[in-house]
Structure formats: structure tokens, C-alpha cells
Ligand binder design. Structure first.
Ligand SMILES: Nc1ncnc2c1ncn2[C@@H]1O[C@H](COP(=O)(O)OP(=O)(O)OP(=O)(O)O)[C@@H](O)[C@H]1O
Length: 391
């Protein structure tokens, strides 16, 4: 039972932490069956465990033992006074002992069930979680991979909107950089476009269809996501890259890895490609994990890239390699990126400045500098911090 619970817990934790990756690479719907199976197995194992082994309430046990003691105290004088025979006394004590033992078992079960109820409720919540609605007759994305937001608003809860009335578009094969202060909703915007959540009002169009009208598999097939917090599965580096495209040949995996500078990581590791990255990829640095994530995206070769650029995960000596891989993955693609590096921001076709979930400025780098508003102030501050000079 303990082994079953540990296995299920590990699966649940991995599944929850890996949600963005699973969605991004199309592991949705039926693909969750293995998790469902393991959850059901664990629920059955829990039930079996409750019925057989969990110890009951100590207080109740003491009370039951006291009752037995009182019965013995009452019966022994009767036997000594010859009011009942010793055989009868022993039989009575045996019957009462048997009875109290049964009562204890029932109490054990009740206590165990109470203890496990909250865990079982949590498992039931996961199993019963409502998926986002899917269309009966999904639309087909056009071959123009434009992303368009119209009056999009969203909040994680109904009281505090995080994205408010946002409208802009990312024309096919262009790059839009989203910039703004921390907490302004940049990552949330990326997640809304990947349909991790549905907007509360307004709409998001992807390749000429409302994303709610597209089949999730279809949407995800056309999007590559490169996350800030890259999650790797407890598997080898090779398999962690291959998840980008299960049909890819070994040659293609090697090519993607070369471009994303993963080969350099492999050379340093004694087990090479077979290195197990540990749960969540904890045995690799943040920069190494993000390079693996770029290799996945290159392998997937989707027409739309949503990129949440890492602020701190890449160390300076790896930055050039990261940018090279990034350039490869974004060429001729529709790109929407949360950008922090001044070079990537400046190179974008359009910059969207977000403040408290609202777009305050949209334009090219030069246009927004001329405007001398939010973006210009942001740029001056960042340029000063990184000792860049603005010309
Ligand atoms: N899963 C979530 N549940 C509830 N609130 C969330 C969740 N994710 C983000 N938020 C909140 O939504 C707001 C916007 O967060 P978001 O991560 O989109 O901002 P950001 O601009 O990307 O920030 P940063 O630059 O620091 O990464 C923040 O107030 C954040 O606390």
C-alpha cells in the first residue's frame, strides 16, 4: 500500500508540475489515462489499507480495554465466591474479550477512514476537475498563423482581473515582444494564448479561428512553448528532447540538440544522452534546462512560438548559445515573447507594453522611444542598469 501511494504521489506531483509541458506538446485528453489509472489504483489501495491496517483511536482502545478490565473485576469475585463455576467465568471473559476486540477493529476502520478522507477528496477533485470546453465541430486553423487578441480580459479569480481589455495582433511571421513591470500579466497573456485558461470576456483568435473553436490537439500542434520554468520529466535527456516530436528521427533529435547547444551539456556528463535528469530536471542548471526546452521547440518546428524568456536561468557564458538557438527556432515563425533582454526587445517588430494587465503602448522600438512614455522610461532604466548606451 505504501509503495502504491508513493508511486501515485510521484505521478500526481509530476503530472501537476508538468501540465504546461503536457499541454504544449499535445498530451491532453486520453493521454491522461495513465494518471487516471494510477489514481484509481491508489484509491483502491487506500480503501484496502483502511479496511485492514490503520490503527484506530487510542482513546477508544483504552476505553474498550477498561470495559474488559471491569468485566474481569466483576466476574473474578463471583467465581471466587463460588456463585459461578471457574469454567463459566473463563468463558464469559473470553466472550467479552472477543467482543471488545471486534469493537476495536470497527473503531480502527472509522478512524482510518476519517484520516484518509481529505486525501481521497483531493484525488476525487483531480479526477472530477472540469476540462475546458471543447467544440463539437472544431474549426481548422488557416495557414496564416496570426494571433489576435480582441478585448481580452481574464482573472485567476473573479475579484481580481489580471488581464483587462487587451487588444493587439501578431501578424504571421512577425515577432511581438511583451514588456512591462513584474506582475503586469505578461506570462498570463502567453498562457491565455496557449489556452491554459479561457478568457472571461473578449476573444483570442489563432490562425483565423477563436481558440475556443479549435481542438486542443490542433492548437497545441501549431504552437511551440519555451517556458521560463522549464519542467523536465524524470527520464533521460534524450527522451526529454524527443517529447517535442515523438516521430522525429535520431538525426533530427541530434540536429535540434546541436543548435540548442545541448550537445555541449552531453559531452560534460559521464552518462551522456542517457543521463537521467531527475524529477523536474533538478540535476541540471536552469540554463541547461532551458536549452533542452529550446531543443524540444526546434524539434517540434511549430509555426507559432510562445516564449517566456528566462530572466536568470541563463548564465552569461551560455547566453550567446541560447540566443543562437533562439534565432533558429524563431526564424520565419509567428513569435510572441515575454522579453527581458534588451537585444531581443529591440529586435522585435512590435513591442506591447503591459501595465497592471492593460496595454498602455504598442509600436516599434523607435516609435515607442519617440513617444517618451512607459516604454521609453523602462528602456532607459534597463539600459542604465545593464550599462547599454541608447543612441
Ligand atoms: N496561477 C495563478 N493563480 C493566481 N494568481 C496568479 C497565478 N499566476 C499569476 N498570478 C498573478 O497574476 C498576476 C500576473 O502574473 P504574471 O505571472 O502573468 O505576471 P508577469 O508580468 O509575467 O510577472 P513576472 O515578470 O514577474 O514574471 C500576478 O499578480 C500574479 O501573482
Amino acid at each position: 500500500m505504501d509503495r502504491a501511494a508513493a508511486a501515485a504521489n510521484a505521478r500526481i506531483i509530476e503530472y501537476v508540475q508538468a501540465q504546461p509541458v503536457l499541454r504544449a506538446y499535445g498530451y491532453v485528453g486520453d493521454a491522461n489515462q495513465s494518471l487516471q489509472k494510477v489514481l484509481l489504483q491508489q484509491r483502491h489501495a487506500s480503501n484496502r489499507h483502511l479496511k485492514s491496517t490503520i490503527p484506530g483511536s487510542i482513546i477508544f482502545r483504552i476505553a474498550v480495554q477498561l470495559v474488559l478490565l471491569l468485566v474481569v473485576i466483576a466476574i473474578v469475585p463471583l467465581a471466587l465466591g463460588a456463585q459461578i463455576s471457574p469454567a463459566t467465568a473463563i468463558a464469559l471473559i473470553a466472550v467479552v474479550a472477543q467482543f471488545t476486540s471486534s469493537v476495536s477493529t470497527v473503531a480502527d476502520l472509522g478512524g482510518g477512514i476519517r484520516m484518509a478522507r481529505s486525501s481521497l477528496r483531493k484525488i476525487a477533485d483531480i479526477l472530477n476537475a472540469k476540462p475546458l470546453p471543447v467544440p463539437d465541430k472544431p474549426a481548422r486553423p488557416s495557414s496564416q498563423y496570426e494571433v489576435r487578441l480582441e478585448g481580452a480580459s481574464f482573472g485567476y479569480d473573479s475579484h481580481s482581473p489580471v488581464i483587462q481589455n487587451v487588444s493587439f495582433s501578431v501578424p504571421s511571421k512577425t515577432t511581438v515582444a511583451i514588456v512591462g513591470p513584474s506582475g503586469s500579466g505578461k506570462s498570463t497573456l502567453i498562457k491565455l494564448i496557449a489556452r491554459f485558461y479561457d478568457v472571461d470576456s473578449g476573444r483570442i483568435d489563432f490562425a483565423d479561428s477563436d481558440i475556443r473553436e479549435l481542438a486542443t490537439e490542433d492548437l497545441m500542434q501549431h504552437i511551440s512553448l519555451v517556458f521560463q520554468d522549464v519542467y523536465l520529466f524524470d527520464d533521460t535527456i534524450w527522451e526529454n528532447i524527443r517529447i517535442g516530436n515523438e516521430q522525429a528521427t535520431d538525426e533530427q533529435v541530434l540536429r535540434a540538440s546541436r543548435i540548442a547547444q545541448v550537445e555541449e551539456i552531453i559531452r560534460r556528463l559521464p552518462a551522456g544522452w542517457d543521463t537521467n535528469v531527475g524529477e523536474g530536471g533538478h540535476s541540471l542548471s536552469g540554463g541547461e534546462r532551458q536549452r533542452i526546452s529550446i531543443a524540444r521547440a526546434i524539434l517540434k518546428n511549430a509555426p507559432v512560438i510562445l516564449l517566456d524568456e528566462a530572466t536568470s536561468a541563463i548564465d552569461p557564458e551560455n547566453e550567446a548559445a541560447f540566443l543562437e538557438g533562439l534565432a533558429e527556432v524563431t526564424t520565419d515563425k509567428t513569435v510572441l515573447m515575454v522579453a527581458h533582454r534588451l537585444s531581443t526587445i529591440q529586435g522585435a517588430d512590435q513591442i506591447v507594453f503591459l501595465r497592471e494587465g492593460t496595454v498602455t503602448e504598442i509600436g516599434s522600438h523607435d516609435e515607442l522611444l519617440k513617444l517618451n512614455g512607459d516604454y521609453a522610461a523602462f528602456w532607459r532604466e534597463r539600459a542604465k542598469a545593464s550599462s547599454w548606451s541608447i543612441t
